[in-house]
Write a protein that binds this ligand. Structure first.
Ligand code: DGJ
Length: 603
């Protein structure tokens, strides 16, 4: 009941519906009624706040309907929301997979097929479908850009390149990418996005099925061919307008930001600006030096064509920041931008989208787009998972992974991402299958298995997020063992090769060298000095807790190991103190995930 005191006092109430029963009221009892109404307001809850981000323990939580919410998610294929009939059966499948949130695209071309004429049937269908299954939604605005290109813009935008100008590469070839400097493009994109947000407000401001918005997708100038040895001519927009801006003054707004935040800037930005004398006036090359190609091995810490990337970041951030701002003016859901990562086979801007929100240009994005709440990495190159997660979970940015591989190793990594990096959301891509790229195998139950364990302990995870009491461990064929010291104990995760070799676990050891088969991940929470809650698995693995100090005269043993499970939300424990821990700790067989409570004692 959302009736507030002031309203209760103003109206003369002669009857009310209470628990579906009509109750006639004697006016003498009016005062009594007001007390009851006021009381019910207190007991039946506060008003559900709009989904928002809140700082807690130095990190960020997503709050949905006044409670912390962690997104156990997956992203649909790009075109899965391309029609109502196609998307209808998807929601039930997603709920069966134990997702609590689906990341789903909404394309500009479908909501505004004719200029100024909006059709939100796709949005309504997505919200209804998700709601029916108890799912939350993150909607991706496929507006001006998706993977750098402008493929989801309406036909009336695509075909009017005068009004909606395109990027030119260095050789003056026209690219199918809207230029960030197209004033009309920004106006039209922002108008459509505002209409979308207004519509979401209309249909969802009570229930909050839509909890967040991704604004555009993997933006930046690039050509896919550039990754494969073609000359890089895509590091920035070389249209006439862009050339003029590049050779014109760096905006004061950016210089002010750099000056104010000088001690906190990304080292590469601080160096580029410092090497050129911390100038407060001048064009992009005068302030940051001419961009050069870097061809050495330390590609993570050196930046090819950095000045071009800074320039593009500024213009993308200005554009996307304005689109997000106008959308938030209608309905202020949390909004983020995702990034295609710099990676071994795409080390230069133009080989990955130039100007997207990568760590080396976070400062530029923060200066230009304060309406964007955070930046999110798409991590397909899992070899750089730790590096990327580190970079995206520092300087106040919460980690959310809206896209990653979809396979058993990735499912195991969900435990690790939540535990080690306090991720607020995790989402393998192509979760609904049937796509061209990164399709989930229909027989792969691993994500469902992982999320089925995680869903039960989300309140505990939220409580420990941002504290040193929660972390994660991960192993695969490149890492035999992972361990962490917590208080007096060292917690180790290993492959259970002994038991496997003995055939004790009944697993197929033929696949031993398959990296994906070998991955296992765990989330570890230290509940008390001598008590741990651990959750994880998928690859065959064993989790051991022992004394961290080898010289200690005493040893640590398991006072008890309990497998934890849930039945209709009720927690149950099952004691395992015999053969089940005989290999050094509880074992998880291939394909499984488990939760254990482990209590320690010293002897
Ligand atoms: C990254 C993009 O952001 C997605 O939209 C999709 O195209 C995937 N790549 C496919 O791997």
């Amino acid at each position: 009941m959302d009736l507030v005191w002031s309203k209760a006092i103003k109206i003369k109430v002669h009857s009310i519906i209470w628990n579906n029963t009509l109750i006639k009221i004697d006016m003498k009892r009016e005062i009594f009624l007001m007390i009851v109404l006021g009381f019910s307001q207190i007991t039946t809850g506060q008003k559900k706040e709009i989904p928002h981000l809140e700082k807690l323990n130095g990190t960020v939580q997503l709050i949905v309907n006044n409670e912390p919410f962690t997104m156990l998610s997956g992203e649909l294929h790009n075109s899965s929301t391309g029609s109502e009939h196609y998307m209808q059966p998807i929601w039930n499948r997603m709920a069966e997979k134990k997702l609590n949130t689906v990341i789903a695209p909404i394309s500009w071309e479908l909501i505004e097929p004719e200029e100024g004429k909006f059709d939100f049937s796709i949005v309504d269908s997505a919200v209804e479908g998700a709601r029916k299954e108890g799912l939350k939604l993150v909607l991706i605005w496929f507006g001006s850009w998706k993977n750098g290109k402008s493929t989801y813009i309406p036909g009336w935008v695509k075909t009017d390149t005068k009004r909606f100008p395109l990027v030119k590469d260095k050789e003056r070839g026209t690219m199918a990418i809207l230029s960030t400097l197209g004033v009309n493009s920004l106006k039209s994109d922002a108008k459509a996005f505002s209409a979308l947000m207004q519509h979401i407000k209309q249909i969802d401001s009570q229930e909050h099925t839509v909890v967040m918005i991704q604004v555009q997708n993997e933006i930046g100038t690039l050509d896919y061919r550039a990754s494969y040895g073609m000359p890089n001519i895509y590091m920035r927009d070389f249209s006439d307008v862009a050339n003029k801006k590049f050779n014109g003054p760096v905006p004061n707004e950016l210089i002010d930001y750099l000056t104010k935040n000088k001690s906190k800037l990304h080292p590469a930005l601080e160096k580029a600006w410092g090497d050129n004398g911390y100038l407060k006036k001048g064009n992009w090359e005068e302030l940051f030096g001419p961009g050069k190609q870097y061809s050495g091995d330390d590609w993570k810490n050196n930046f090819s064509y950095y000045t071009e990337e800074l320039f593009m970041a500024w213009h993308y951030a200005k554009y996307v920041g304005e689109v997000a701002k106008q959308g938030k003016d209608e309905y202020a859901l949390p909004m983020y931008v995702n990034a295609w990562m710099k990676q071994p086979n795409g080390r230069e801007p133009g080989q990955y989208p130039s100007g997207g929100p990568l760590p080396q240009v976070f400062d530029i994005w923060r200066a230009a787009a304060p309406s964007i709440d955070f930046f999110a990495p798409d991590i397909y190159e899992v070899e750089i998972f730790d590096w990327v997660s580190e970079e995206f979970s520092t300087s106040g940015n919460p980690l959310m992974i809206p896209e990653t591989k979809s396979n058993p190793a990735s499912s195991a990594r969900a435990f690790y991402a939540l535990g080690k990096y306090d991720a607020i959301g995790y989402a393998p891509f192509g979760i609904d299958g049937n796509g061209i790229l990164n399709t989930t195998s229909p027989n792969d139950e691993s994500l469902k298995t992982a999320y089925a364990s995680l869903e039960n302990i989300l309140p505990i995870i939220s409580k420990y997020r941002g504290t040193e009491k929660m972390t994660g461990l991960f192993i695969d064929s490149s890492k035999e063992k992972d361990e962490v010291v917590m208080g007096e104990y060292v917690i180790s995760l290993k492959r259970n090769s002994f038991a496997e070799a003995q055939g004790l676990l009944g697993v197929d050891i033929e696949n031993k060298n398959e990296k994906e088969e070998e991955a296992a991940g765990f989330l570890i929470i230290q509940l008390a000095e001598n008590e741990f809650l651990v959750a994880g698995g998928i690859g065959s693995s064993i989790l051991t807790i022992s004394k961290s100090n080898n010289d200690s005269p005493t040893q640590a043993g398991y006072l008890s190991v309990d497998e934890v499970s849930y039945s209709n939300g009720e927690m149950r424990t099952h004691r395992l103190n015999g053969d089940e821990t005989a290999f050094g700790g509880p074992v998880v067989k291939k394909g499984e995930s488990k939760i254990f409570k482990m209590k320690m004692y010293t002897y």
